[in-house]
Design a binder for this molecule. Structure first.
Ligand SMILES: CCCCCCCCCCCCC/C=C/[C@@H](O)[C@H](COP(=O)(O)O)NC(=O)CCCCCCCCCCCCCCC
Length: 208
């Protein structure tokens, strides 16, 4: 248990470090899921665009003047709160803070966790679109306006059946993909849990 905790502390740091060490904007190295989403069809590019834009915001913080404040989620929260940077929005002339940007990605991670768990435990003939819609409704949908929810739900209908989906994940047979998910999901859960606790502790879970 302690070992896992240690792994996860490292993981939250790595999340920001990966961005830190990258100079390539919008690259598939920074956001490998982009290529994957592209392979699902053009309709998914609107989803990846928003995620890429948010990753780019974090990239610029991690490579910017204050990069030493962005070496971990903990140091980012501490720095932005101490300097009154949280709550400032692009719409009102300021830049989106790292905290509100990470919060959006954190909520998307919850969707990913539920979706992958649904895929992993689903029957061979289950429909990916149903798994995806259920996990979206139980997570991200709460934060999206009606028009985004509708567009997302329509896009999900284009997802291939479960086994075909597992195959295009490109990690071997569907059985091998399921085994890989079984190994990866505990880490996703832990990273989600650590961020959730940190943001709850600082009352950052409802940032506009
Ligand atoms: C595999 C199917 C992929 C389906 C992805 C489901 C996620 C649903 C996203 C719905 C639409 C997102 C469009 C934009 C939303 C923004 O309004 C909204 C708010 O932003 P704002 O406060 O700055 O205005 N943005 C967000 O909530 C962030 C959404 C980020 C979506 C990240 C999706 C990552 C997908 C990664 C897929 C990886 C699949 C891997 C499978 C092995």
């Amino acid at each position: 248990m302690l070992e896992r905790q240690k792994d996860n502390d490292i993981l939250t740091r790595i999340n920001l470090k990966v961005l830190h060490n990258s100079n390539t904007c919008c690259s598939t190295r920074v956001f490998p899921a982009r290529r994957f989403l592209h392979s699902l069809g053009a309709i998914f590019s609107f989803i990846s665009k928003d995620a890429v834009a948010k990753v780019q915001i974090m990239e610029s913080y991690c490579g910017g003047e204050q990069r030493d404040k962005y070496v971990s989620l903990q140091s980012m929260v501490e720095y932005e709160l101490a300097n009154g940077l949280v709550g400032v929005q692009k719409r009102s002339g300021g830049a989106d803070s790292g905290c509100r940007t990470v919060l959006r990605l954190h909520r998307a991670l919850r969707w990913l966790q539920l979706f992958l768990e649904g895929l992993r435990t689903g029957r061979e003939d289950s429909r990916t679109s149903v798994i995806c819609t259920d996990s979206y409704n139980a997570s991200l949908a709460t934060y999206h306006p009606w028009v985004v929810r509708k567009a997302a739900t329509v896009a999900f209908c284009a997802l291939p059946p479960r086994n075909a989906f597992l195959e295009i994940m490109n990690v071997g047979t569907p059985e091998e993909a399921v085994a890989m998910l079984g190994e990866a999901l505990p880490y996703i859960c832990d990273v989600y849990g650590i961020t959730q606790e940190l943001f709850a502790q600082h009352k950052l879970l409802d940032l506009p």
